[in-house]
Write a protein that binds this ligand. Structure first.
Ligand SMILES: [Zn+2]
Ligand SMILES: [Zn+2]
Length: 179
């Protein structure tokens, strides 16, 4: 199966170690190959001037244009929103090619330890890619696919999929691909 592309599209520089950590975590949790993409392009036209936040939906549209093939997770540091929520940690096309996740809200409560932020980022990367692979929200609160409204919810999650989600993912990534 084609590797999932992970692409830093933030405004600031991010340490290469962060993306590599996310890559290893995603590949293990989803049992799929993943690679870090390099590319200087960045989304434009995604900032909502009134909210001073970026539209996650528009970033997904941009990712689809910027990467015409394959599954891609954009990783950013800009604050994301969807119209009905104050903010989101990320968004994905359900069963689609594109997902995005942001570090903007992930340092909350633990600003001094960068490892906490990276761990949270890895969990939310798995979550959004799980959506892109067709998984919906899971009632198991430690499963990576459980819904997160706050960093407390993120910290409660184990960062891996529960058994039910794992078997659903296996069903959707074997056989159905290309059909
Ligand atoms: Zn979700
Ligand atoms: Zn689950």
């Amino acid at each position: 199966m084609e590797a999932i592309g992970l692409w830093w599209i933030g405004e600031r520089e991010e340490s290469p170690g962060t993306m590599e950590h996310v890559r290893l975590h995603v590949a293990r949790a989803l049992a799929l190959p993943a690679l870090v993409l390099e590319g200087p392009e960045r989304p434009t036209g995604t900032l909502d001037p009134r909210r001073q936040q970026h539209s996650s939906a528009r970033i997904l549209e941009w990712l689809l244009r910027a990467r015409p093939e394959g599954r891609v997770l954009g990783v950013t540091d800009v604050d994301l929103f969807i119209p009905v929520l104050t903010f989101v940690f990320g968004e994905a096309q359900l069963g689609g090619r594109a997902a995005v996740v942001s570090t903007a809200r992930l340092a909350e409560g633990a600003p001094r330890d960068p490892r906490v932020r990276v761990e949270r980022l890895a969990k939310e990367a798995v979550h959004e890619l799980g959506h892109a692979l067709g998984l919906t929200h899971c009632p198991d609160i430690v499963c990576a696919m459980s819904r997160s409204a706050s960093v407390r919810d993120v910290d409660r999650k184990a960062g891996v999929l529960c058994r039910d989600c794992r078997s659903r993912l296996r069903d959707s990534t074997s056989g159905a691909e290309g059909a």
